[in-house]
Ligand binder design. Structure first.
Ligand SMILES: [Fe+2]
Length: 358
């Protein structure tokens, strides 16, 4: 029969259905800390898959919760996985087949990556639920091989990434350049020391994490009270999770209306491919987020998993960043109105003027 044997869904889509938990879509998740979860047979805890439009299945996210003093089922898989602990305290045992177990002790704010295809088992050692947020490259891996046994029951050991080192999760690391920290464990992303980075926000700070020799990375960005970042656009898949403050993000396709997304601690947003996005801080404290995305600088991915071209270069010079002086004045008017409602002074101009005097 014509059409017989032709797929109507991707292997990843079928796998999501088989998982038996909800899948959240759209442009953002208002709060990963409170998003409802369902019992998750594969993990032995509770969870929800997150498949936002801007990810385009080049990567994906999920939230998982471990009951008080609970232990999840051991897992291993052929896709990378970065984990941010949202609440609770516990540990993750990690081992290669037949190798020694190495323990990662974590608490709220801890960030680490499960080494590729290593066995791992999460344990909640506390009296309250432990919830974590994860970003993976499961969609391309599951789609490419379309064989769950290969992806979830593969005995290959990536000893170049993890070889049973007892100090693997000690938190030690090294700076690869002025703002890239190469490590396997970050104790607390909420307090981790950042470096000055003003390419996209006056007074801005940043740090980039290369984790577990992954091809995916994470970075933190922070910008001051009364300041907004410059708009820019790039490749899909950057999962932006708010760690501190509140505000809103304007997102738009060139020539189309602005779409506004209000956020606070716990909100998750993924800007779609080549949509401009601009973050505005309307809180009384610096706004801080962590983004999970492609593009390790240790293991450069090809253009298909690239972060995008020239997103830090002015649109006037052929790049994809709108400098403050080139932006639509209406965006600033809206911001000033929002600051006035909160009684927060506008600091950006004073900061910019200060830098002119240097
Ligand atoms: Fe961005």
């Amino acid at each position: 029969m014509a059409g017989e044997g032709l797929a109507k869904m991707t292997t990843y889509e079928k796998w999501l259905q088989e998982e038996g938990i909800d899948v959240v879509g759209g442009y953002m998740v208002e709060d990963v800390r409170t998003v409802p979860l369902k019992p998750w047979p594969r993990k032995g805890g509770f969870g929800v898959h997150i498949r936002l439009i801007g990810a385009e299945d080049c990567d994906a996210a999920y939230v998982c919760e471990i009951p008080p003093h609970g232990i999840l089922k051991p897992q291993k898989h052929l896709f990378e996985e970065m984990i941010l602990i949202l609440s609770g305290e516990g540990k993750t045992e990690v081992w290669n087949e037949g190798g020694p177990k190495v323990t990662c002790h974590w608490q709220e704010g801890s960030l680490f990556a499960v080494p590729l295809n290593a066995w791992h088992q999460h344990v909640n050692t506390g009296d309250r639920p432990a919830r974590y947020f994860a970003v993976t490259d499961a969609p391309p891996v599951i789609d490419l091989f379309h064989n769950h046994d290969f992806v979830f029951n593969n005995n290959f050991v990536f000893s170049d990434r993890f070889n049973g080192q007892t100090d693997y999760f000690s938190g030690a690391g090294r700076m690869l350049d002025e703002k890239t920290w190469d490590t396997n464990f970050v104790q607390n992303v909420e307090t981790f020391d950042l470096r000055d980075y003003e390419v996209r926000a006056k007074g801005g700070k940043s740090i980039k994490f290369e984790l577990a020799s992954n091809t995916m990375i994470a970075h933190i960005s922070e910008y001051p009270v009364g300041v907004y970042k410059k708009a820019h656009r790039h490749a899909p898949g950057a999962h932006v999770l708010q760690l501190r403050g509140k505000g809103y993000t304007m997102m738009w396709e060139e020539g189309k209306p602005y779409q506004r997304f209000d956020w606070h601690r716990g909100s998750l947003l993924v800007p779609p491919r080549m949509w401009f996005h601009q973050h505005f801080n309307t809180s009384h404290e610096p706004a801080r987020y962590i983004a999970f995305r492609w593009h390790s600088k240790k293991f450069l991915p090809g253009k298909h998993f690239h972060e995008g071209e020239n997103w830090w270069i002015s649109t006037r010079l052929g790049g994809h960043q709108i400098e403050y002086e080139d932006e639509d004045p209406r965006l600033r008017e809206i911001y000033l109105e929002e600051l006035a409602k909160e009684g927060i002074p506008f600091s950006l101009d004073a900061l910019l003027a200060g830098s002119d005097k240097d």
